[in-house]
Design a protein. Structure first.
Length: 181
């Protein structure tokens, strides 16, 4: 299946990022990419789940964790099935496969569901700023993966689609369980 992924657009985009990469950019985008890592997100997810429990917003906990877990499970099996090697121009070495991007997946699923919960709990007053911020964070994380050369464009786009699908399913689940949400 590896041969299916060697497309010209992926190679051209990777070459553009490689040509414009700088030490300062690597430092900035290494920080941005960390906001999509499990090392950063796992304690945040646990803290949010505890906060939801304490605030008696328990109805959000299972869909929140299911959305994130489901997205990551699909990504895990996608990597195994696609078996796509990472770009050779990567800033740092990653040991797993490239397609789809786990960072892009989790960025959309986590930050999207977090935005959904904040809007539902806090009211629609800040709907647009929260939504725009969540989208911006996800896009920046996806961009960071391209800038750092650890993914191809198709990896990031597939990750965004998987994350978005998980997000929609998670939101639909909570709305089916409680139509007032």
């Amino acid at each position: 299946m590896q041969y299916l992924f060697h497309n010209n657009l992926d190679q051209q985009v990777a070459a553009i990022f490689l040509a414009h990469r700088s030490e300062a950019g690597i430092r900035v985008f290494s920080i941005i990419t960390s906001f999509g890592s499990w090392q950063f997100l796992l304690p945040v997810i646990l803290a949010i789940a505890i906060a939801l429990f304490v605030a008696s917003k328990k109805e959000f906990i299972i869909p929140f964790i299911a959305t994130i877990s489901g997205a990551e499970i699909i990504t895990f099996f996608g990597k195994i099935l696609a078996h796509r090697d990472r770009p050779l121009s990567a800033v740092f070495h990653a040991t797993d496969f490239s397609f789809p991007s786990g960072h892009a997946t989790i960025a959309v699923a986590f930050y999207g569901y977090l935005a959904f919960m904040l809007i539902r709990i806090g009211g629609n007053r800040y709907k647009w700023p929260i939504s725009i911020l969540a989208c911006l964070i996800a896009i920046l994380i996806g961009f960071s993966r391209l800038y750092l050369g650890v993914h191809y464009l198709s990896d990031v786009l597939a990750g965004f689609m998987i994350g978005l699908t998980a997000l929609v399913v998670g939101i639909k689940y909570i709305r089916l369980a409680d139509p007032t949400k």
